[in-house]
Ligand binder design. Structure first.
Ligand SMILES: [Zn+2]
Length: 74
């Protein structure tokens, strides 16, 4: 009986540790996404994260299509 109780306590501690780890990584990801720098698409003026944007001739674009449109008309 005492062994079962001990196992239960150990399981609770393990779950609490795992939960804390998940919460910490979630918070870290939120801070990271919050500080992500955005750039303006030269074609449609949409703001997109720099990591997802496409760069061409000193300009940023949200999609390859907008890059092509911009370069064709400029
Ligand atoms: Zn665009």
């Amino acid at each position: 009986m005492l062994v079962r109780l001990l196992l239960f306590v150990v399981l609770c501690i393990a779950l609490a540790w795992a939960w804390r780890g998940v919460q910490r990584s979630r918070r870290a990801r939120r801070i990271e996404s919050h500080t992500t720098e955005t750039v303006r698409c030269a074609q449609c003026a949409l703001h997109v994260p720099r990591s997802a944007a496409i760069r061409a001739e000193q300009h940023w674009f949200c999609t390859p299509g907008h890059r092509d449109q911009y370069l064709e008309s400029h």
